[in-house]
Design a protein around this ligand. Structure first.
Ligand code: FAD
Length: 693
C-alpha cells in the first residue's frame, strides 16, 4: 500500500523520537555550556548517569516521582506543583522527572510503597509531546517487554500505583488522548490508579480550575492508599538564591540575559534551536493596519548565515524580553529595586531540582529575560504567597482569594492582573519583602518563546522569514491596567526603533531593546525555527482551499506567494482559493495590494473571497463566504483539494469544521454523520490541515 502523508508524518515523528532517544539530546545540546551541563547533571541521564528511575529514587531517598510529558512547559509546571505540594502537605519525598530521561522496562519492579505520577499533555492531533514519544510507544506496545515480571500476578504492573492528570484542548478532536490512552494501557497492564484520571481543558480556558478540582480528591485517595498524614504546609525552597555582593554584575561570567554560555561569551554558534536562539537582524518592518488604535506588524527576519532553514508552513519562535515598566514594578513590589543589579547564584537544594535558567545572574536579568512575569496568576500560587504577606490582613485576603474560586475570579482573573499588579493593589504599594525569591522562580513559568506562522515562502525567500503579528492590547472595562502582549509589543517597539521614531515605545513600556550587554543592538531579535506539518501539497497542480481570517492569513500569504512563484516559473498550478476576513476594508485588510500581484501571476487560478465584519449593516465572516461558495468548495474537494484552516482555535476553526460537514452533507446529499466521517478521513489523510492557536 502507498504511504499517505500521515504515515510519513507518523514515521517522521517516530524517527525523530528514536533519534532523540538514542542521542539523548547530544545533537542539539550546546556542549560547552556549563548551564547545559548543570542541567544535565540535575537530569542525570544526559550526563551519562542512570536512566533507571528506581535506582535514582533509591539513591536520593524519594518515594514519589512526578513524570511530565510537556511541550510548552505547562505540564512540567503542573508536575513541579504536584511534587511541591506532595512534599509540603503530606511529607512525600518527591522528585520531578522528564519522561525522556528514563527507561521503563523495569516499571514492573517498581516498589509497592512508592508512587508514580504522570502529568501528560496531548499535542497536535492526539500525539505525545516530543519528550514523551519513547515512553508512549513503550507503554502502548502490545508486547511491552518488562525486565523481570516482578509482580506476583500475571499482570506485569500489578505492584505499580499511579496518579495521572492530562492537559488537553477540547477544540481538537483527540481531546486528552494521551492521558486516556496511557491510563488505559497502565490499567491493562495491572497497575492501580489512585484517584480519577484528571483532564484539564485549555480550549475552555479551565485548565487551572480543572487541575485544582482534580487534585483535592486525588490527594484524599492517595492519603488513604499510602497512609499519609496531612500537615500544615511548610514552604521548603527548591532553590538556594545566594547573593554575591563581592561580585560585580559586569563581570564576564555573569549572565545578564544571555540564554547560554555561547551567548555569554559573545559567540553566536549554531545549531540554533529551542535551547539556543539566533540573534537575528530585522531586515525590514512595517505596519499593516491603518487603524489608529490597533497594530499589525509585518517583519522580515534575516536568517542568512545562521544555517537556520525553513519550509513554507513552518513557525518561527521569537524569544521575548519583558517590558521595563513591568520589570520595575515587579522588583519594586518585592523590595528589590535597590538590589536589582546584585549578582545572585541559583542552585537546586535537591539533586533532582532543575534550575530553569543560568546563573550567576542578577535579579534584574532574571526578571527581565527569564521569568514570565506578565502572565495571569494562578490561584494556587496566590495561596502559597499568603504566608509571606506584609501583614495579617493582607495574608487573610490572599488566603481567601486562593481558597475561593469565585472570589479569585472577581479579584484577580476578571481584572487581568499579573503578579506584581496583584501584590501592589493588595498591599497598597507596600513592598512584600518576605517573599523568598526561590518561590518566584518556582511559581512563575520560565518565559516562553512565542510562535508565529511564517508568512513567506521558503522557495521565494529562503534567508528571510516573514512574520505577520497583531499587537496584543487588551483593555477591559473596570480593569486597572491594559494587558500588553509581551512579545508583540516588544516587536512593535523594535519596529518603531527601526523607523527612527524618537520615542520607540508607544506605550511607555520601556523595553531594553539593545539586549544584554547591548548584544541585540541595531535592530535584532532572538529567534529559532520550529518545523511543522502544515504543508502545501507536493504537487502544485493540486487545488487548495485556505481559510485564514485575521492573522490566520499568515501562512496563506506564504502559500500564495509560493504558487505565484511557481506559476511565474512556468509550472502548472492548481486552483488556489483563499477565504480571508477582517473588520474593514480600509483598516485591516492584510496585504490588500499584494494579492493583486499574485493574481497577475496566477490569473484565474487564484480566487480571493474577503469577508468584512464591520463594513456594512450585516456582519460578514469567512463562514458566510464559505457557505456562499459551497458548491465550488465541494467540487474542489472531490478533486482532492487540500483544505487548510489557520487562526483562532477556540471559535473559528471549530465552526469551519462543522460548516464543512454541513456543506459536504448538503452538496453530496448524504447524512451529516456520513459527512462527519468524510471530514475525519480528510484530516487523517492530511487533506484537511489546521494551524491554529
Ligand atoms: P502574551 O503576553 O503572551 O499575552 C497573550 C494573551 O494572554 C493576551 O492577549 C491575553 O489574552 C492573555 N494575557 C496575558 N497576560 C494576561 C494577564 N495578566 N491577565 C489576563 N490575560 C492575560 N500570532 C500572530 O499574531 N500571528 C501569527 O502568525 C501567529 N502564529 C501562531 C502560530 C502558532 C503555532 C501559535 C501557537 C501561536 C501563533 N500566534 C500568532 C500567537 C502568538 O504566538 C502569541 O501568542 C501572540 O502574538 C501573543 O503574544 P504576546 O507575547 O504578545 O502576548
Amino acid at each position: 500500500a502507498q504511504l499517505d502523508t500521515l504515515d510519513i508524518v507518523v514515521l517522521a515523528v517516530i524517527l525523530v523520537g528514536t533519534v532523540a532517544y538514542f542521542t539523548k539530546g547530544t545533537y542539539w545540546a550546546v556542549p560547552t555550556d556549563p548551564y547545559a551541563s548543570s542541567l544535565a547533571l540535575a537530569n542525570g541521564a544526559k550526563a551519562g548517569k542512570s536512566r533507571n528511575i528506581i535506582e535514582k529514587m533509591e539513591e536520593t531517598g524519594k518515594n514519589c516521582v512526578v513524570f511530565y510529558g510537556s511541550q510548552t512547559g505547562t505540564a512540567e509546571d503542573y508536575a513541579s506543583r504536584l511534587a511541591k505540594e506532595g512534599a509540603s502537605r503530606f511529607g512525600l519525598k518527591t522528585m520531578v522527572a522528564d519522561l525522556e530521561d528514563y527507561e521503563y522496562e523495569n516499571l514492573d519492579t517498581f516498589p509497592e510503597d512508592k508512587i508514580v505520577m504522570f502529568v501528560l499533555a496531548t499535542y497536535g492531533e492526539g500525539e505525545p509531546t516530543d519528550n514523551a514519544v519513547e515512553f508512549y510507544e513503550f507503554i502502548m506496545s502490545d508486547d511491552s517487554s518488562f525486565s523481570e515480571g516482578g509482580s506476583a500476578s500475571d499482570k506485569p504492573l500489578g505492584n505499580l500505583k499511579y496518579v495521572t492528570f492530562g492537559l488537553g484542548n477540547n477544540t481538537y478532536e483527540h481531546y486528552n488522548a494521551m492521558v486516556r490512552r496511557v491510563d488505559g494501557a497502565l490499567t491493562k497492564l495491572g497497575a492501580t490508579r489512585i484517584g480519577a484520571a484528571g483532564e484539564g481543558d485549555d480550549g475552555a480556558g479551565t485548565m487551572e480550575e480543572d487541575f485544582l478540582a482534580w487534585k483535592e480528591p486525588m490527594w484524599a485517595s492517595l492519603m488513604e492508599a499510602m497512609q499519609l498524614e496531612e500537615r500544615e504546609a511548610v514552604y521548603e525552597p527548591v532553590f538556594e538564591v545566594a547573593e554575591k555582593p563581592e561580585m560585580d554584575a559586569e563581570e564576564d561570567q555573569v549572565y545578564l540575559g544571555e540564554p547560554n554560555k555561547n551567548h555569554l561569551e559573545g559567540l553566536q554558534k549554531g545549531p540554533f534551536n529551542a535551547h539556543n536562539p539566533f540573534i537575528a537582524p530585522i531586515a525590514e518592518s512595517k505596519e499593516l493596519f491603518s487603524a489608529v488604535d490597533r497594530n499589525c506588524l509585518h517583519m522580515e527576519i534575516d536568517v542568512s548565515g545562521s544555517n537556520l532553514t525553513y519550509t513554507t508552513g513552518d513557525h518561527i519562535a521569537v524569544w521575548p524580553t519583558n517590558p521595563g515598566k513591568e520589570v520595575d514594578r515587579f522588583l519594586a513590589i518585592l523590595g528589590l529595586t535597590e538590589k536589582r543589579h546584585m549578582v545572585i547564584n541559583i542552585k537546586g537544594l535537591d539533586p533532582t531540582a532543575k534550575v530553569p535558567f543560568p546563573s550567576p545572574t542578577t535579579y534584574d536579568a532574571a526578571v527581565r529575560y527569564q521569568m514570565e512575569i506578565c502572565a495571569p496568576v494562578s490561584r494556587q500560587f496566590v495561596s502559597s504567597l499568603a504566608q509571606f504577606a506584609p501583614n495579617d490582613t493582607i495574608k487573610a485576603e490572599m488566603a481567601k482569594m486562593g481558597g475561593d474560586k469565585d472570589y479569585f475570579h472577581e479579584k484577580v482573573s476578571d481584572l487581568n492582573l499579573n503578579l506584581a499588579q496583584l501584590l501592589e493593589i493588595h498591599s497598597n504599594g507596600e513592598p512584600w519583602t518576605k517573599v523568598p525569591f526561590s518561590i518566584l522562580i518556582e511559581g512563575l513559568h520560565k518565559i516562553q518563546p512565542r510562535f508565529y506562522s511564517i508568512s513567506s515562502s521558503s522557495m521565494v525567500q529562503k534567508d528571510k522569514i516573514s512574520i505577520t503579528a497583531v499587537v496584543e492590547s487588551i483593555v477591559k472595562p473596570g480593569a486597572p491596567h491594559v494587558v500588553k502582549g509581551v512579545t508583540t509589543n516588544y516587536l512593535l517597539a523594535l519596529k518603531q526603533k527601526q523607523h527612527g521614531v524618537a520615542e520607540p515605545d508607544p506605550h511607555g513600556l520601556n523595553y531594553a531593546l539593545t539586549g544584554p550587554r547591548n548584544k541585540y543592538d541595531g535592530v535584532h531579535v532572538p529567534v529559532h525555527v520550529r518545523h511543522s506539518n502544515f504543508r502545501l501539497p507536493s504537487d502544485p497542480r493540486n487545488p487548495i482551499i485556505m481559510v485564514g481570517p485575521g492573522t490566520g492569513v499568515a501562512p496563506f500569504r506564504a502559500f500564495v506567494q509560493e504558487r505565484a512563484h511557481q506559476a511565474r516559473a512556468g509550472e502548472e498550478v492548481g486552483k488556489t482559493v483563499l477565504f480571508f476576513g477582517c473588520r474593514k476594508k480600509v483598516e485591516d485588510f492584510l496585504y490588500e495590494n499584494e494579492w493583486d500581484t499574485y493574481k497577475n501571476d496566477l490569473g484565474d487560478k487564484f480566487e480571493l473571497h474577503v469577508a468584512f465584519s464591520r463594513d456594512g449593516p450585516q456582519k460578514v465572516y469567512v463562514q458566510h463566504k464559505l457557505e456562499e461558495n459551497a458548491e465550488v468548495i465541494d467540487k474542489l474537494l472531490q478533486q482532492k483539494a487540500f483544505f487548510y484552516v489557520c487562526g483562532d482555535a477556540a471559535n473559528m476553526a471549530r465552526e469551519v469544521n462543522s460548516l464543512l460537514i454541513r456543506i459536504i452533507a448538503q452538496q453530496r446529499g448524504v447524512p451529516e454523520t456520513k459527512a462527519e466521517e468524510i471530514v475525519k478521513k480528510m484530516r487523517a489523510s492530511n487533506q484537511y490541515q489546521e494551524d491554529v492557536w
